[in-house]
Design a protein around this ligand. Structure first.
Ligand code: ZN
Length: 156
């Protein structure tokens, strides 16, 4: 799981049929999760589909709240649910509208949580509302994030 070298997954994705299947399943789950989005304040519907290493499928949807800071991103809903069910995440897809014409990838908070719970090799797929997608690895989206906190590292 530990990798410090950014990877491009295009070759792997086309040569590993199990990964290709997992990506397709994650995209399908993200589209279905988006339809469940609870986003009455922003109307920006988002859904996440997570596929585990044994093919398990977990859905997460955006959940907003009248107290705006209490909203929870769909990706973290899916990640927390996966960990609760002892599912090791392999692929995380996010389905949402594009933002400023570009694919919408998970926010920084979700990336940091994903790094902790899934590791740098997690495959991350952004899917727009037309079904077009962009795919990368978590390490490419968050290359220099802190990995672990250890009190023994402190010199104080
Ligand atoms: Zn987020």
């Amino acid at each position: 799981m530990e990798s410090t070298t950014p990877t491009t997954d295009v070759d792997e994705a086309t040569s590993d049929p199990t990964l290709m299947g997992a990506v397709e399943a994650a995209v399908d789950a993200a589209v279905r999760a988006r339809a469940r989005s609870y986003s009455p304040y922003s109307s920006f519907k988002m859904g996440a589909g997570l596929i585990g290493f044994d093919g398990e499928q977990v859905l997460g949807t955006l959940i907003e709240n009248v107290s705006l800071g209490l909203a929870m991103c769909s990706e973290r809903v899916a990640l927390f649910s996966a960990i609760t069910q002892q599912i090791r995440p392999r692929v995380l897809a996010l389905c949402s509208p594009r933002t400023e014409a570009d694919f919408t990838f998970p926010c920084g908070a979700c990336l940091q949580v994903a790094l902790e719970l899934a590791g740098p090799d997690l495959v991350v797929v952004a899917v727009d509302t037309d079904g077009q997608r962009a795919q990368t690895r978590l390490i490419d989206l968050l290359p220099r994030a802190p990995r672990r906190f250890s009190p023994h590292d402190s010199q104080d």
